[in-house]
Structure formats: C-alpha cells, structure tokens
Design a protein around this ligand. Structure first.
Ligand SMILES: CC(C)(COP(=O)(O)OP(=O)(O)OC[C@H]1O[C@@H](n2cnc3c(N)ncnc32)[C@H](O)[C@@H]1OP(=O)(O)O)[C@@H](O)C(=O)NCCC(=O)NCCS
Length: 212
C-alpha cells in the first residue's frame, strides 16, 4: 500500500469571472491621462494608428478601414468578457482625446500572468504617456486583478520601447530568439517582466505625488 500523500491541487491564481463579472473600469493615470474602455466612436484614432509607419513597424496592427476599426473595438470589449485581453484607450482626461492604446494581453488568469502591449500616437510621443500608462495598468494588473507576473516584450531594435520597459521597472530577463514576425522579417525580442510585490515604485508617483 502506498504511503505517499496526494499532491494537492494547485489553485487558480486569479479566479475565473473576476473580469467578466464586472464592467471594465476606468483607470486614472497621473499627469492628466485616463485609461478608459474603447468606444465605437474612437474608430478614427484606431485608423490613425494603423496608418502610422512606426506603429505599423513595431505593433504589426490589423489593416482596414472604418468598418474593420469598429470591429476591432467590438473585439476589445468581447475579449474583456472572455478574460483574454484587457484593452484601454489612453485618453487626455481634460478633453477625452485618444492618444494611445494599452492592454494587458494574452491573459491567463488561472496561471496568473499577462503581457503589456502599447502604442502612442505620434503627436503625443516623448511626454511620458507610455511610461505612466504602463505603470498605472501594471498597478491594476497586480492590485485589482491579482496577477502574479506581467511581461513586456519588444523587438531588440525598438530602443524607445526598451526605455519604457526599463523605466517602468520591467527587468530584462533575456532575449527570445526570432520570436516575432515583423514587416522586414523575424525579430529577436527582449523579454522584460515584473513580479507582484517586487517592490518597484512607480516613477510617476514621485513626480506627481498628489495625482497618485
Ligand atoms: C514606444 C512608444 C510606445 C513610447 O511612447 P512614449 O509615450 O513616447 O514614451 P515615453 O515618453 O513614456 O518614453 C519614451 C522613452 O523612450 C526614449 N526614446 C524615444 N525614442 C527613442 C529612440 N529612438 N531611441 C532611444 N530612446 C528613445 C525617450 O527618450 C524616453 O526616455 P527618457 O524619458 O529617458 O528620455 C511610442 O514611441 C510608440 O508608440 N512608438 C511606435 C510603436 C511602438 O514602438 N510600439 C511599441 C511596440 S513594443
């Protein structure tokens, strides 16, 4: 007779239903920004992103016209309810202008991980938008959603994205060889990550302590 005790079942890190059971929240971002769910009326902002050469180069977005953009926005909402992606428009709080996109993508609630994906429209670049949005959405992913690990990957040739990752405290763990197909071929990808309770403080909280 075996005396080995049974291996206990591993619990889900995040219980199923935590996203689907609630409306997608708005997330305030220090410095006058707001992450809010995409709306069908934002189709023009998505089209502008799809036309931008840098976003086409690095994010490998869908293509198409207004109909495809509205379908993509409907898909963002569906993927929240399917607990697969959590996608927000990055908007200026003062006038609701959309300046970018951020998501916690490829969510695996049972395993407790997801990946940050972003872009910023050309007119809003270089103002810390991606950094502050990344910090705020990461805080939501660990704090409210309850993930254990959040990754951020980018082409090794994308210096701006690498800078955002480093400044947001995503430690470089290594290089994934030939991991993502871009327009000019396969790119090696930097793998950055943060772990829940890793002690990283949001830099924007230092800059805008009252806005945190
Ligand atoms: C990458 C991107 C999201 C950054 O957004 P952003 O709001 O301009 O970023 P931030 O202002 O928060 O920070 C950008 C940092 O990158 C640096 N940077 C910008 N361009 C750079 C370049 N070509 N080389 C090196 N660093 C660069 C900036 O100097 C800044 O660092 P600093 O604050 O130390 O000066 C934006 O440039 C973008 O959408 N690019 C096109 C699409 C893309 O690359 N998407 C990401 C795919 S992983």
């Amino acid at each position: 007779m075996s005396t080995a005790s049974p291996v206990p079942a591993i619990p889900s890190v995040v219980p199923a239903g935590r996203m689907a059971g609630a409306p997608q929240p708005d997330i305030p971002v220090p410095g006058g920004l707001l992450l809010r769910p995409w709306r069908l009326a934002d189709a023009d902002a998505l089209l502008a992103a799809w036309r931008d050469p840098a976003i086409r180069r690095w994010n490998r977005p869908a293509a198409g016209g207004a109909e495809e953009a509205r379908a993509k926005i409907a898909q963002f909402e569906q993927r929240w309810h399917d607990e697969e992606w959590a996608s927000w428009a990055i908007a200026r709080a003062e006038n609701d202008t959309v300046v970018g996109f951020i998501a916690v993508a490829d969510l695996h609630l049972r395993a407790g991980h997801g990946e940050i994906v972003y872009w910023v429209l050309p007119s809003a670049r270089g103002q810390g938008v991606a950094l502050r949005a990344t910090e705020s959405v990461t805080e939501w992913a660990f704090g409210k959603l309850g993930l254990h690990r959040v990754e951020l990957t980018h082409s090794v040739a994308n210096a701006a994205s690498c800078r955002v990752a480093e400044k947001a405290g995503f430690r470089l763990e290594g290089i994934k060889t030939s991991a993502a197909l871009h327009a000019d071929g396969w790119h090696d990808m930097h793998l950055h990550a943060r772990i829940r309770d890793d002690g990283v403080l949001n830099s924007s909280k230092d800059v805008h302590p009252s806005a945190a």
